[in-house]
Design a protein around this ligand. Structure first.
Ligand code: NAD
Length: 480
């Protein structure tokens, strides 16, 4: 069995601990590697090297740092398909979705080339007579990033580009469930000329995270994962006086008004709900069908869901791919079992479990007559389950969506500009779509939600990450 290593000081190093967890191919159930669980000592070793590297890397001019990112970008583009294959193998998502994921990650790296401009401060010549003031941005020091299983390329790429181009040294802890893609990206960055120690990959789970959160030399933590872990990371990092931001879970609502153009609407909702096995923080998990269109929406969604192709990620034309782990699939299934007792299970994806015993499959499930009192509406399932709630009008639909503890994405399907304006202003969500199925901001717009979907102030991407990964100094100057 291939036991993975940490990447520290520009080379692969063995993890001290004997404890490890399996990495599966979710489509076959086969164990393909083992993730070692780093201890406090393993993390400390990585931090020590990062601290040394920071001393010189932070003084490399930002233009030169950006050149290393540029060379990394060329490698990424050349190896895009190989990375996508790794993603499909360890995560299970379709090869097409994996390629799209790498492309979104590449956009983040491309944008990181703007660091020389975005790191600029501001000056005012005469704030007072003979007095000028300027603010400069400086890197923070040793920073950390803890990433989730569902985007093993895109999220690490978004963070690592900005963390290092701004002059920091980054400790990156990939998800223990999908570490291989992330580890390869770290190695590639070094092949492109990144000096040893600037980017350290540390494998592991809770102990590694705790070591990061309590290490006195780590000054900032960027986290993405479930709300429960995000809350823990946010509180613990703050208790250790670190700068922290934590991107968390979601329950994204799509409201369908009577004037929506149904064909692309239904098609878009089906893809947003079921592709990737619903394991996206931007997945649509609730449809709020408004007024007289509700029956037709449910009928068309059911037709589409039944037609979806279930299979492994490399299969041509596949729609619904396996979930990350058997335990996770069983947990999602249990939600469906429970919901089917109070709501109407219009499409039942559970037979796929026996039809595809080789992997961690669950077919698309569609529930009608769901209400906010049900757990299936309240909680993030992270599986191929779509709930339909019915509402009288747009006001009620917005009120339902805003009752959720989550506020990541929300979508309105309509042809009315007025309705879109009302929705835009009143919906509580960080990323809003008008007839856009997955309103993922491009690399130069801020990414992030509200409420229990995000703990922090600045968001992901460009300007926001420059703010997060730098500190300002305001210099007042007078000459006699
Ligand atoms: P997770 O919370 O289980 O794990 C995320 C990271 O935290 C991993 O690196 C993991 O090793 C670590 N971790 C897990 N349990 C921990 C614990 N008890 N203590 C300390 N560290 C721990 O999340 P996941 O299952 O890998 O990812 C899926 C979740 O991430 C979903 O909830 C999804 O909505 C969310 N997500 C959010 C965004 C966003 O931008 N808002 C993006 C992607 C995923």
């Amino acid at each position: 069995m291939r036991r993975l290593n940490n990447y520290v000081n520009g080379t692969w190093v063995e993890v001290e601990s004997e404890h490890a967890v399996p990495v599966y191919n979710p489509a076959t159930g086969e164990v393909i590697a083992e993730t070692p669980l780093s201890t406090h000592a393993d993390v400390a070793r990585a931090v020590e090297g990062a601290k040394r590297a920071f001393a010189s890397w932070s003084r490399v001019p930002v233009v030169k740092r950006a050149r290393v990112v540029f060379d990394f970008l060329a490698k990424l583009k050349a190896e895009r398909d190989a990375i996508a294959k790794m993603i499909t193998t360890e995560h299970g998502k379709s090869y097409l979705d994996a390629q799209a994921e790498v492309d979104r990650g590449i956009e983040g790296i491309e944008h990181a080339l703007s660091a020389p401009t975005l790191m600029m401060g501001e000056s005012l010549a005469e704030v007072s007579e003979g007095l000028e003031q300027t603010y400069y941005r400086y890197p923070l020091g040793v920073v950390a990033s803890i990433t989730p299983f569902n985007f093993p390329a895109m999220i690490p790429l978004w963070v690592m580009g900005w963390a290092v181009v701004t002059g920091n040294a980054l400790i990156l802890k990939p998800s223990e469930q999908t570490p291989m893609t992330t580890l390869r990206l770290v190695e590639m960055f070094h092949e492109a000329g990144l000096p040893p120690g600037v980017l350290q990959a540390v494998n592991g789970g809770k102990e590694a995270v705790d070591a990061i959160l309590s290490h006195p030399e780590i000054v900032a933590v960027n986290f993405t994962g479930s709300t429960r872990t995000a809350a823990y990371v946010y509180e613990t990092a703050a208790r250790h006086h670190k700068r922290v931001q934590a991107f968390a879970g979601a329950k994204n609502h799509a409201i369908v008004l009577e004037d929506a153009v149904l064909e692309p609407t239904i098609d878009g909702i089906l893809r947003a709900a079921f592709h990737n096995g619903g394991q996206r923080c931007m997945a649509t998990s609730v449809v709020v069908a408004v007024g007289s269109v509700a029956d037709e929406v449910v009928e068309r969604l059911a037709e589409g869901a039944r037609r979806m192709k279930i299979g492994h990620g490399f299969e041509e034309g596949v729609d619904v791919t396996p979930l990350i782990r058997k335990e996770h699939r069983d947990r999602v299934r249990a939600y469906v079992d429970e919901a089917a007792m109070s709501a109407r299970l219009v499409v039942d994806g559970r037979p796929a479990i026996d039809e595809h015993p080789e992997g961690f499959y669950l077919g698309p499930c569609l529930l009608d007559g769901v209400t906010p009192e049900m757990r299936v509406w309240q909680e993030e399932l992270f599986g191929p389950v779509l709930s339909v709630v019915r509402a009288r009008d747009l006001d009620e639909a917005i009120a339902i969506a805003n009752r959720s503890r989550y506020a990541n994405g929300a979508i309105l399907y309509t042809q009315s500009g007025k309705a879109a304006q009302v929705f835009r202003d009143r919906i509580d969500a960080g990323m809003v779509g008008i007839n856009v199925n997955v309103p993922l901001p491009v690399a130069f717009f801020p990414f992030g939600g509200h409420k229990d979907s995000f703990y922090g102030v600045t968001g992901e991407n460009g300007k926001e990450l420059v703010q997060f990964f730098t500190r300002r100094k305001v210099v007042s100057t007078r000459w006699f």
